[in-house]
Design a protein around this ligand. Structure first.
Ligand code: ARG
Length: 596
């Protein structure tokens, strides 16, 4: 379906052209004075310069040319030369009606040119528990993926596990101290290794921090871990076998954690999967003269003349020949190009990693790992802070584990929901249902709290505010959906069925018209959220839509409306509002309960 704003622009443009003015002046925008009009066109102001006359003379002509046009209720020329537009309720109703018939899409067309897009997000480090630092990547990445899919692109989500660093060597050395008898440490062993891992997830979660602590105090331990990492990377069999055990145990646990967040990945690849591509890639960079030795390391220059700040060379291999974070990311690009030939790769990682991505992207382009039409993009997100404005920590100052954080919010939400139900005397809800509902609402609170901020900005993780049923919060949006569901259920109870085919009639009130105008912006909003990879635009939209709905709801008798056609039109509008809101929260990665 054509976007409403485009349809209006077309109509206005026709009149500009008919009066001899350039078509570019017909552009219509949303009004910045909603008290005066719904849309506006400032083209006459600009045209006045080109055609050397007073702007209001042009505006007057356009207004006259639009008189009688069925799209508008009013077109006003306002000095010095603005055009204030109000839509005809009949036209708006027919637009919204068409949206309603376009089930599932609501007027938003899928792209004509589907792209293959890899979204690299999550980025957890194997054997380390998920902490809040990984939360933003997961939440924003999941939504970016879903927005892309909604627009019709082929989007592949890859978790890109951190499974190739020193942490692996640390685990191996600590495990050897605890269980030296394990066959994995016997270099002369040539048989098959056991299927079962020699540790559980809780052991693993104990092994890593212990080892990491020791390496900071004990030089020998650190040296042993570096050596083990090196041997693992050189392909030592026993260590490779341990790596797959660590991966299996860890990934099982990660999947459980991510599924609690309603986040899932198509690919569970890790840094280690890219290692086979390193030797050829390095050779190519040397052969083509891009890579050279500098202070013992192999580097590629990536600075450009126009750089305002210094961009250091991208290090390809350390002096001992070991891979680094950049090596791994470059080899992963090689692997992805070969496996999926994507048009675009989008990385979700902390904004503090932006220099790393600048170096990697430039190096990949310069050395020809990707050609110029492939887009490489880093969405760098800001820090999640506590109420004190510092990075979010536990009460005793430690790194907050994601699981505990979510538990805390679930509890807070359960408290609120129980209170709310007591107040409404909704006592027929079982403890079981209350708990489930609390989980669903808590997830919305966390995700909306994060996504409603522009990704690049830091934000304060404020449980009290995020879980509130009022204001710009996830629970407020869900509450609105639940309210609609409850009205629809009551209607169905009394009438037997919902009026699926009933026509949407022209608005009977200002608040109903405002609701329709908000609904009609859905397709333009989604396109824009995709173009800017900006879930916060979806949040801003549903907040406004929820407000417009609540305005309509408070000012309108819906269930007691006596005119059946009018009532059916109201109910149809509610159905559409609910569907649009639910489609939006689905691309944000959460859902609504039936009651709360
Ligand atoms: N594992 C990394 C971290 O915890 C994030 C990985 C981001 N993705 C990437 N391709 N570099 O910081």
């Amino acid at each position: 379906m054509k976007k409403l704003i485009d349809a209006i622009t077309e109509e206005v443009t026709k009149v500009f052209v008919a009066n001899g003015y350039d078509e570019k002046y017909g552009k219509v925008t949303l009004s910045n004075r909603p008290d005066l009009c719904e849309f506006q066109c400032n083209g006459a102001m600009a045209a006045a310069k080109e055609y050397k006359c007073a702007p209001f003379m042009i505006a007057d002509k356009i207004a006259e040319g639009l008189t009688g046009n069925a799209m508008f209720e009013s077109v006003e020329s306002v000095k010095p030369g603005f055009l204030n537009l109000k839509l005809a309720p009949e036209y708006l109703a027919s637009y919204v009606d068409e949206m309603k018939q376009d089930a599932g899409r609501f007027g938003c067309e899928k792209t004509q040119n589907p792209k293959t897009i890899i979204v690299d997000y999550g980025g957890p480090n194997v054997a380390k528990p998920l902490h809040v630092g990984h939360l933003r990547s997961a939440i924003i990445g999941e939504s970016v993926k879903r927005i892309g899919r909604f627009m019709g692109h082929n989007v592949i989500g890859d978790v890109h596990l951190g499974d190739w660093g020193l942490q692996m060597g640390l685990i191996i050395v600590e495990l050897k101290e605890r269980k030296p008898e394990l066959v994995y440490f016997d270099e002369s062993y040539t048989g098959e290794y056991p299927q079962e891992a020699p540790f559980t997830i809780s052991e693993l979660e104990d092994i890593y921090p212990t080892a990491s602590g020791k390496s900071k105090e004990d030089e020998n331990f650190k040296a042993a871990a570096l050596q083990a990492t090196h041997e693992l990377q050189q392909g030592r069999r026993g260590y490779q076998a341990l790596l797959s055990h660590i991966l299996n145990v860890s990934v099982t646990d990660l999947k459980r954690n991510y599924s609690n967040l309603n986040v899932d990945f198509d690919l569970w690849k890790g840094e280690s999967d890219a290692q086979p591509y390193v030797p050829d890639m390095v050779q190519m960079m040397k052969d083509k003269g891009f890579a050279y030795m500098s202070d013992g390391a192999l580097v590629v220059d990536v600075a450009e003349e126009t750089d305002a700040k210094e961009i250091p060379p991208c290090i390809i291999l350390k002096s001992d020949g070991a891979s680094l974070y950049s090596t791994t990311d470059l080899a992963t690009i090689v692997m992805r190009m070969k496996d999926y030939n994507p048009d675009s790769i989008i990385y979700l990682a902390d904004a503090r990693q932006s220099m790393h991505f600048i170096q990697v992207f430039r190096c990949a382009r310069k050395t020809g790992l990707v050609d110029e039409h492939v887009e490489l993009k880093h969405i760098g997100f800001g820090t999640m802070n506590g109420k004190d404005g510092k990075p979010f920590k536990t009460r005793d100052g430690g790194v907050m584990r994601l699981e505990y954080l979510l538990d805390e919010i679930n509890e807070e939400m359960l408290k609120k929901i129980t209170e709310n139900q007591k107040a409404k005397e909704n006592l027929d809800i079982s403890d079981e249902e209350a708990k489930e509902t609390a989980k669903v609402v808590a997830l919305a609170a966390v995700k909306y709290g994060d996504l409603s901020n522009q990704a690049s900005k830091d934000y304060v993780f404020d449980i009290e505010r995020f879980t509130s049923f009022e204001g710009n919060t996830g629970p407020y949006i869900l509450y609105t959906i639940v309210r609609i569901k409850s009205i629809l259920a009551k209607y169905k109870d009394s009438k037997g069925a919902l009026p699926e085919q009933a026509a949407i009639l022209p608005a009977h009130s200002e608040s109903e018209k405002n609701l329709m105008l908000a609904l009609a912006r859905f397709n333009a909003m989604m396109e824009n959220a995709y173009e800017e990879l900006a879930p916060h635009k979806v949040c801003a939209y549903i907040y406004e839509l929820a407000n417009e709905f609540n305005g309509f709801y408070h000012g309108t008798k819906i269930l007691s409306e006596e005119d059946a056609a009018v009532q059916q039109s109201y109910i149809g509008l509610l159905m559409l509002t609910k569907d649009v809101l639910e489609t939006c929260i689905d691309v944000l990665g959460f859902s609504a309960p039936d009651r709360m």
